[in-house]
Design a protein around this ligand. Structure first.
Ligand SMILES: O=C(O)[C@H](O)[C@@H](O)[C@H](O)[C@H](O)COP(=O)(O)O
Length: 237
């Protein structure tokens, strides 16, 4: 296993174009090989221009299943919903034909909703073809917030769970949305391709610093073990 496939760019448009081409190629290859593809997508501001461009690609979208890397435990239509965010990025585009698998399922809490979420995800092609991640300035990725409740279970490499619940109470970056459902490290690590989008030099610096820290303080460090299955698109200016 090699080290992270690091792709650095001098400006945002070049990063967005290259990342979109990469995601599009992964989905296209999966569709060619098996007639279907699965992609797990993160929310956040970083991936938006990439998703909007990806949504315009001429793929056989009706063979693509789109799921979420994580979700704030709120129904569609409420602030913070990643399902709404992804649907918004794909609105009025060829990607609207993709099959969307939300995480929120109406249960009272993310913990209560785990079983139903596992059942919904079991219908997607696994291991996932693609997992797209962002990173917060606190070193979280997915909803793996530093020192959050449930983090150790989420990062357990031997976990058989695809999703788990996180209590991000006290994690400043999580804001009011402290009840979260997230993919486990094991599910991310099983994905055929993992892409991390770091569209600022400051984020790249946080990522590099995270590699020297305790994974519970800087959970993005967990991705280091993916070797060259992790492709990092970063800005270095
Ligand atoms: O729903 C979310 O917020 C995420 O899945 C989260 O992990 C995100 O990727 C990072 O917080 C980076 O967010 P930004 O791209 O907005 O900085």
């Amino acid at each position: 296993m090699g080290s992270t496939d690091l792709r650095l760019f001098q400006d945002t448009p070049s990063l967005v174009t290259a990342a979109t081409d990469h995601l599009s190629m992964i989905l296209s290859d999966a569709l060619d090989q098996r007639g279907r593809a699965s992609a797990m997508l993160s929310g956040g501001s970083s991936p938006k221009p990439v998703y909007e461009r990806l949504a315009q690609q001429p793929l056989a979208w009706n063979g693509v299943a789109i799921g979420l890397v994580d979700e704030r435990w709120v129904p569609a239509g409420k602030p913070g919903s990643n399902a709404d965010f992804i649907r918004g990025c794909f609105a009025d585009s060829p990607a609207e034909r993709a099959h969307f698998v939300p995480l929120f399922n109406g249960h009272a809490s993310a913990t209560d909703g785990l079983e139903a979420a596992e059942q919904a995800l079991a219908l997607m092609a696994q291991p996932f073809d693609l997992c797209v991640l962002g990173m917060g300035m606190d070193g979280h990725t997915a909803s793996w917030f530093p020192r959050s409740g449930g983090l150790e279970a989420a990062l357990d490499p031997n976990s058989e769970a695809v999703v788990t619940a996180i209590d991000a109470t006290g994690c400043e970056v999580a804001g009011d949305h402290t009840d979260r459902m997230t993919l486990t490290y094991a599910a991310v690590a099983a994905s055929k391709h993992v892409v991390l989008l770091l569209p600022s030099a400051a984020k790249l610096a946080v990522f590099n610093d995270a590699m020297t820290r305790d994974v519970l303080d800087a959970p993005v460090k967990a991705l280091q073990s993916l070797g060259d299955r992790l492709t990092l698109f970063g800005l270095d200016t």
